[in-house]
Ligand binder design. Sequence first.
Ligand code: DP6
Length: 326
Amino acid sequence: MTIHSAAALAHPNIAAIKYWGNRDQLLRLPVNGSISFNLDGLWTRTSVSFQPSLPFDELIINGHEVAGSALERVTLILDLVREMAGIQERAEIVSENNFPSGAGIASSASAFAALALASSNAAGLNLSERELSRLARRGSGSAARSIPNGFVEWQMGTSDEDSFAYSIAPREHWALTDCIAIISASHKKTGSTEGHALAGTSPLQAARVADAPRRIEICRGAILERDFDSFASIVELDSDMMHAVMMTSNPALHYWLPASVAVMQAVREWREAGASACYTVDAGANVHVLCPEKEADELAMRLRKISGVKEVLTAHVGGPARIIEE
Ligand code: DP6
C-alpha cells in the first residue's frame, strides 16, 4: 500500500485593501481586487496523506476530529486536487494553528493556503504559484493571498483562470509590523462567507466597489514607494468603507465594539501627534494597527493600556506558503 503525503506551512495575511463581496460566491470571484501582507510568526501547518484504505476524508484540527461544514469545505478542495491528479484516494488531513482559533484572527487564509499546497504536492502535482493561489481561493478568498511572498495583490480577474494573487514586493521590501489589539476572543456572529453574500444588499457597496481600482493604485504605489503617510490614509479609508457597507447591509453587520472605536480614535490622535500608525479592522472587533517595525514596541505598549484591549500580538511581514518536512 502506497501512502502519498506532504506537509505545508502558510501564514495568515492582513488586507490593506479589503475583499468584501463576490460576483460568484461558489468560485469566490470577488467584486474588487485586494492587497495584503503575510503575517510572519503566525502560521497554519497542514499535512495531507492520501490513503487507499480510507473510506472518507478525515480532518483533524489542533488535535480534534472535525466534521460538518468545515470538512465539506476541505473535501471540495481535495476533490479539485483528485480531479487534477486523476486519483481517487481519500485523505487524512492534520492541521495545526499556532495562534488560538478563539483569538479572533481568521485562520481560513492560512488554512486553505497550506491545504492547497500540501494536498497538491501529496497528489504528485507540481502546481505553479498562480495555480496554487487559484486553488486556495476556492476554499477561502483571502487564502489566495497567503500563497505568494510578502506584499500581495489579488487581481479580481474575469474568471476562475485569472482571479489569483501575486507578490508585488518581497517581505524584505518594507519593515512593517501588525500590532493586533485583541478585543474579543469570541467567535464572530456572522462569518465572512455569509457577510460576502450580504454585501450587495448595502446601497453603499456599489460606490465602494466603483472606487476600488483607485484605492488599489494608491495602496500599491504607497507600498512600492514605502510612503507610510499615503499608505495610512488609504488603509483607514478602505477599512472604514468596508465597515460602512457592513453596517448598512440587510441584515446589518456591526463588528466594532466600544474598545475597537477607542483604539481607532487613539491611533488617529497618535498619528496627529507625529507617530506612524494606521488601523484596519476585519470581520470582527479586533483592531490591526500597522506601523513601521521600529515603532512597534512603543505602540504595542500604548495599545495594552487602552481599556478593553485584552492582549496585543505583533507580526512582521511574512514569506510565502511553503513545503515543510513532515
Ligand atoms: C474582512 O476570505 O475570510 O477579512 O472567502 O468566505 O472565506 P471567505 O471569506 P474571507 O474574507 C475576508 C474578509 C476580510 C477582508 C480581507 O481579508 O480582504
